[in-house]
Write a protein of this length. Structure first.
Length: 169
């Protein structure tokens, strides 16, 4: 198994090149009260059963529970995860996403705490992170899709774990 850690970071929003599968060009609303929505640029490419998968992931997330998304190959698990994370990470699917994290960190570095202590808040305090575990055979495919479709640039492949046994002497 390889692990992919996806850190909330946006570099650009390239439009998808494939024609829409279904959808009406509207964002897919997961939580209207908190304005959590899948950007229309992604929603346009989701099939109805994939929207149900995204909603399932979001519902589990709101219950503070983990989830496993599994089905036959080729049914769109990757785009469902990208859509779910894009909603959580408040992506707009527009050029407003360009360098958003970089600009945010620059603002934080202008604050007194940074100037005095060179300290930033923990990453999860302002930018959601996710750990995705996939079989090693699909890591490359998932990484390319995250970069192409979701513009997630901070991908880390973790391979080869060394587990140390901790005990008392």
């Amino acid at each position: 198994m390889f692990l992919i850690k996806v850190v909330k970071y946006f570099a650009s929003s390239r439009p998808l090149s494939a024609p829409p599968l279904d959808g009406d060009g509207e964002a897919f609303v997961l939580d209207a009260e908190h304005n959590v929505r899948v950007p229309s640029s992604l929603n346009t490419h989701l099939r109805e059963y994939q929207r149900e998968g995204v909603k399932f992931l979001f519902d589990r997330y709101m219950l503070n529970r983990g989830s496993v998304l599994g089905d036959d190959m080729g049914l769109g698990k990757t785009i469902q995860i990208i859509s779910f994370l894009s909603a959580l990470m408040e992506k707009s699917g527009t050029t407003n996403d360009v360098d958003r994290r970089h600009k945010h960190v620059s603002v934080l570095q202008d604050k007194q705490e940074w100037k005095e202590q060179r300290k930033l808040p923990p990453a999860d305090a302002t930018w959601a992170t996710a750990l995705i575990i996939v079989p090693s055979s699909v890591v490359g495919v998932w990484a390319r899709e995250f970069e192409k479709v979701g513009d997630f640039l901070c991908l880390t492949d973790v391979t080869g774990f060394i587990l140390w046994e901790v005990g008392t002497i």
